[in-house]
Write a protein that binds this ligand. Structure first.
Ligand SMILES: NC(=O)c1ccc[n+]([C@@H]2O[C@H](COP(=O)([O-])OP(=O)(O)OC[C@H]3O[C@@H](n4cnc5c(N)ncnc54)[C@H](O)[C@@H]3O)[C@@H](O)[C@H]2O)c1
Ligand SMILES: O=C(O)CC[C@@H](O)C(=O)O
Length: 409
């Protein structure tokens, strides 16, 4: 039987990790009422069970979508990361199965930048320690080792959305901004790009990391980088836990080379709020530890909920994949009165030709068509007369290299 468009109320959404309720509201308002809403991440075995019936899954940073999980998700049409990072998803595994992955690339940018600046100010004034002492009944009224942020040099590693937003805000406070990025970037304000990482590390009073998790950024900060940092400088990491060798950081904090650190992300993070957080940085008075909440503000989470839910709806309603991180971007306006076919295939030459030959041989008129490919998959949306859609789909799904094919509506 051909797989055809489902009643919206039957399309199952699995939303994990307590994504903001704005996502649920938007989905329901669009008629998608079959929503399994879970406030935590799930252990892999339970995830496999719950994902088996899901057409859409929404996650944040804790849920690992591996090859094995995708194998269990036979009906899955799309993944939504309700965050910026998509490193928790094995993207090639999703792509091979014809599953687009969406995220919210900008919605929490400002929240991260604000936190980083606040932490820089607090660390330059020794506030974590003074605060702890006051809570114990002590009184550390001293200007020793306390500094203004004005005039200090900020080194930003990774000058993307967050890094450049931070750059603008830091300059507004009178900081001198330098950055290191693997790509040549347009500087905001008076910021300057420094092409050698060690040079930047040796210059800056505060170094803040804003790179994505990739093979190149894994353990990017180890002994050698800490040794290259300016004496009495500060490290802030609100990017990914895999970027910093945390034991090396602990060592350079203990030996006094670094004045302090603010760390939001860790190589191992607790699965839920009831699990113990274990880290060599625990108990260090010059370190601000936060539980991966750089982007966790009401403003950001509400926007993310709305943004990713809207991407789900656009894909489910009309097949739009705009801004997917792993998929060809296709957007064809809805074509009332016609039926829409989606054909996802391996990116090998000649598939569009074969599709159109089949439609032509069967006298099926094409009312609209849009193809995009990336290095591994091709995605074509085709609008045809309603009476021909099932027959067309049955024929084009026989084409060698087809990954998925269905009548959307
Ligand atoms: N702590 C949190 O809650 C939180 C919230 C949002 C994002 N993040 C993390 O922050 C990261 C950055 O977010 P963004 O929106 O600015 O991403 P982005 O993609 O806009 O920017 C990343 C920048 O890093 C650069 N880069 C990549 N590899 C590099 C390398 N090896 N060395 C130097 N630069 C490199 C890129 O060229 C790009 O300019 C995300 O990938 C995510 O992992 C964390
Ligand atoms: O909300 C989260 O769990 C992740 C937040 C952040 O790391 C992101 O990638 O946007």
């Amino acid at each position: 039987m051909p797989e055809i468009s489902l009643d919206k109320s039957k399309i199952r959404f699995l939303l994990l990790e307590g994504v903001h309720p704005s996502a649920v509201d938007i989905l329901k308002a669009s008629g998608y009422t079959n929503i399994d809403y879970v406030t935590t991440s799930l252990p892999p075995e339970e995830l496999k069970e719950r994902i088996a019936d899901a057409r859409f899954v929404g996650i944040r940073s804790r849920t690992q979508l591996t090859e094995e999980i995708f194998d269990a998700a036979k009906k899955l049409c799309a993944v939504g990361c309700f965050c910026i990072g998509t490193n928790q998803v094995e993207l090639p595994a999703a792509t091979r199965r014809g599953i687009p992955v969406f995220n919210a690339p900008y919605s929490n940018t400002r929240s991260v930048a604000e936190l980083v600046l606040a932490e820089a100010i607090l660390l330059l004034r020794g506030i974590p320690e003074k605060n702890a002492v006051a809570h114990e009944g002590g009184w550390q009224k001293t200007a020793a080792h306390s500094h203004e942020i004005r005039g200090k040099k900020l080194g930003i590693i990774g000058y993307g959305n967050i890094g450049s937003q931070l750059s603008i805000m830091a300059e507004a406070l009178g900081m001198e901004v330098h950055f290191y990025d693997v790509v040549t970037k347009l500087s905001m304000g008076n910021a300057t790009q420094v092409n050698d990482l060690n040079t930047l590390l040796g210059m800056c009073d505060i170094v803040s990391l804003h790179v994505p998790e990739t093979r190149d950024t894994q353990w990017m900060f180890d002994e050698a980088q800490f040794a290259a940092m300016k004496d009495n400088s500060i490290l802030i990491n609100a990017s990914r836990g895999s970027v910093v060798v945390i034991e090396a950081l602990a060592e350079y904090l203990k030996n006094g080379k670094l004045l302090g650190a603010a760390i939001d992300v860790f190589p191992e993070e607790p699965r839920g709020n009831d699990d113990e957080f274990i880290s060599p940085l625990r108990g260090m008075k010059n370190v601000i530890l936060t539980p991966h909440i750089g982007g966790s503000t009401q403003e950001a989470q509400e926007n993310i909920g709305r943004e990713v839910a809207e991407k789900f709806i656009m894909y489910s309603d009309i097949g739009t994949t705009l801004s997917s991180v792993n998929f060809p971007e296709v957007a064809l306006p809805a074509h009332p009165g016609k039926h829409r076919l989606l054909h996802i295939h391996q990116n090998i030459p000649g598939i569009l030709g074969q599709i159109n030959q089949i439609l032509s041989d069967n006298s099926i008129n094409i009312s609209g068509q849009y193809l995009q490919t990336n290095e591994s998959v091709g995605y074509v949306v085709i609008d045809v007369d309603a009476e021909h859609s099932e027959m067309a789909m049955q024929k084009i799904r026989q084409i060698e290299g087809t990954i998925r094919c269905r009548v959307l509506y």
